[in-house]
Design a binder for this molecule. Structure first.
Ligand code: C2E
Ligand code: CA
Ligand code: CA
Ligand code: CA
Length: 278
């Protein structure tokens, strides 16, 4: 490292350059993907644990890459945020979700909003569109993270209030993984806590995870919130959550995220099963 120069700058230059180049490449292909309509919202059912019915869904972004196949948000969201494209991509998810809701009366879809996207204010004009379309209250929810609620800037507070007034419900995503003091729960109208997958994973074998899940459910109910368990993969987890009084669950045990038409088929066939008394 000494050979790199007095201040060590040249030592870091090559990897920084490679990283910058990679980001620029991803950025360019993101712009092309937006132009060519390669972004698509998938939908994962959220199940009411008492009835077993899919009553809600979460929109999850996918990039249908012509060469690399279906890419996950972890591969590209961070770059999209950095180059200021998250607003455009988020608007696509919003528009596609409105289309899905037309085919799913009585359903509710929640949309993820990253802190950067929220703070840039890109999602604020959704409120106008919701009002213009006279969407029924409760058909949309937004998923935000705990960290955002520690931000007391008027933009954050007012946008959250705007969502609430427009009948858009608010979920805290990945609950329990932030470093928050939970004081925000007093200040905002939160409808759902989503227990992070990391706690659900240990539910059946780790007493601590089980205790945390039970405590979160009890606290949420006392504060008038409902609870969604994320990443439910086993029947044992479903059973424990049901016993603990958890309201909703989402995970591979029930269904993976799927394209819009598959989701509509899924909802229709599961309603038929219920109607048939199954
Ligand atoms: P998240 O909001 O915590 O979403 C849940 C993630 O868990 C999704 O990953 C989902 O596919 C995955 N998952 C669902 N059930 C299971 C399960 O049973 N087991 C396991 N192992 N995983 C499960 P995905 O789709 O890769 O999304 C990753 C993250 O990307 C999301 O985490 C969310 O933070 C972000 N994201 C997704 N779509 C959007 C979007 O439209 N806008 C923004 N800003 N962020 C998004
Ligand atoms: Ca989420
Ligand atoms: Ca989550
Ligand atoms: Ca997560």
């Amino acid at each position: 490292a000494k050979a790199a120069g007095r201040n060590g700058f040249s030592f870091f230059t090559p990897s920084l350059q490679v990283e910058a180049q990679r980001r620029q490449q991803v950025g360019n292909s993101l712009r092309h993907a937006l132009r060519d309509n390669h972004f698509e919202a998938y939908y994962q059912p959220i199940i009411a644990l008492d009835s077993g019915r899919a009553v809600k869904a979460e929109a999850l972004l996918r990039w249908r890459h012509p060469e690399q196949g279906v890419l996950l948000p972890g591969d590209f969201i961070a770059v999209a945020e950095e180059i200021g494209m998250i607003g455009d991509i988020g608007n696509l998810v919003f528009q596609q979700t409105l289309e899905l809701l037309e085919a799913w009366p009585g359903g509710q879809v929640s949309i993820n909003i990253s802190p950067r996207q929220f703070i840039s204010g890109d999602c604020r004009h959704w409120l106008q569109e919701i009002a213009a379309r006279q969407l029924p209250a409760g058909c949309l929810a937004v998923e935000i993270t705990e960290g955002l609620l520690l931000d007391e800037r008027p933009l954050v507070v007012n946008t959250l209030l705007g969502f609430h007034q427009a009948g858009v419900e608010v979920s805290i995503d990945d609950f329990g993984t932030g470093y928050s003091a939970m004081s925000y729960l007093k200040k905002f109208n939160i409808d759902y806590l989503k227990i992070d997958r990391s706690f659900i994973a240990g539910l059946a074998r780790d007493n601590t995870d089980h205790a945390i899940a039970e405590a979160v459910i009890a606290m949420a109910h006392k504060l008038g919130m409902r609870v969604i368990a994320e990443g439910v993969e086993t029947e044992a987890q479903r059973q424990l959550l049901l016993e603990a009084g958890c309201d909703y669950a989402q995970g591979y045990l029930f269904a993976r995220p799927m394209p819009r038409q598959d989701f509509i088929d899924f909802i229709r066939s599961s309603q038929c099963r219920v109607a048939a008394g199954g």
